[in-house]
Design a protein around this ligand. Sequence first.
Ligand SMILES: Nc1ncnc2c1ncn2[C@@H]1O[C@H](COP(=O)(O)OP(=O)(O)OP(=O)(O)O)[C@@H](O)[C@H]1O
Length: 453
Amino acid sequence: MAGIYRNLLIIDDEAAMRHMLRLVLEEQGYRITEAANGVEALARLGKEKFDLILSDIRMPDMDGLTFLKHPEVAVLDATIIMMSAYGSIDTALECIKSGAYDYISKPFKPDEVILTLRKAEERLQLQHENVSLKQALSRYHTGFSIADIIHTSPKMTLLLDQVRKVAATDSPVLIKGETGTGKELIARALHSESGRNGEFLAINCSALTSGLLESELFGHVKGAFTGADREKQGLFAIAANGTLLLDEIADLPLELQPKLLRVLQEGEIRKVGGTRTEKVSARVVAAAGRDLWEAVQAGDFRSDLYYRLAVVDLHIPPLRERPDDIAVLARHFLQRICAREHRSVPLLTDIAIGQLRRHNWPGNIRELENYLEKALIFSVADELELPPLGPAARPRDASPAEDLSLKSAARRLEEEYIRQALERTGGNRTQAAQLLDLSLRALMYKIKDYGIN
Ligand SMILES: Nc1ncnc2c1ncn2[C@@H]1O[C@H](COP(=O)(O)OP(=O)(O)OP(=O)(O)O)[C@@H](O)[C@H]1O
């Protein structure tokens, strides 16, 4: 079914050639964008999504092959067709090896280009149907699909492409990103794309005491400790053939770290109080909100475990570094909230989008979602009215209406206590650590983490 995939980028240094192609192809219904070389084309790619790219091979600045091999181009969904002049067939073949779909030799007749583009469109349609089928299947198994991750920025497109690539492997993955950037969502996407038929389970390593966390992760045998009146399966066992997300991994108690390292190295677990080992088939994904490497340097996290977990690491950029995602995310949340509350979706004006883009969203997507929920309460007209977006949106100032997460409330309280302890001790860190019942090292780490002077 040709005709849906119409956004076409033409890259050629000859203006006459671009002009001729534009005339012929616009008549066929293609939306044309022109670039005179690879560098210009790359700039275009950051702004717009193209279904098809028609690129010359010999060009000054950046030739077609270099363009094709550029990391930003290598991950594009677009179908790329090269145009080669007489004598550059070898290069054209190399282009095909590097991911181009086809090539047309210059000079060509308009019909040849149209035919090649039609063939490419049919392939795109097939690819699209395949992806939809895969997504429908994974949603059926997990209730979630990678397509549920709303984005339009090239940074997120690149990240999701990495997710698809690493999903199929068994190696541990470390997901790094500020609070609210979507680490759990990416972990779910890794699971849904992996084709694993087990469950996706998540546990927050900062929420439990060391003993409880150990028995949650590995399970325990009957009588292992007071109150263990029956045998319990651990999350590693329950997530067999699935994925286990260890959230806030930097807070994994030091005494549990060698145990996790052993699981990752040997692929076996032993229940608390047990003697038998069991094979582990769950894939481990860890998430860190703060820089895990800093925790290593502060002595709070073992470096051998760090290296083992970070075999593959994925970094989710904060929302302020991908402002293009703000409008699509805002529309998505507005629709979701309005559907839930059975009300019509107010208009998000360009002015409002501009205001949202100017804010720096320290609480990232979660903050955006909470903010829109609040904005909807105050909007009675057809247009969304935005409450003030000022420093009040910084996480430590966030009012409960903006951020109800217990974790951020706990962080705000912790920071407040540290500040008070430092004030009371006139900035003496050793005494403050004693007041707070923390080791000096842990206090130093937290001072840095909260940016306290
Ligand atoms: N790209 C996205 N599309 C749609 N929803 C998103 C996206 N990214 C994040 N969200 C939503 O934002 C909220 C925060 O995401 P998530 O819990 O995955 O973040 P996190 O990084 O794990 O946060 P924390 O560090 O606080 O645990 C969730 O409600 C999630 O569904």
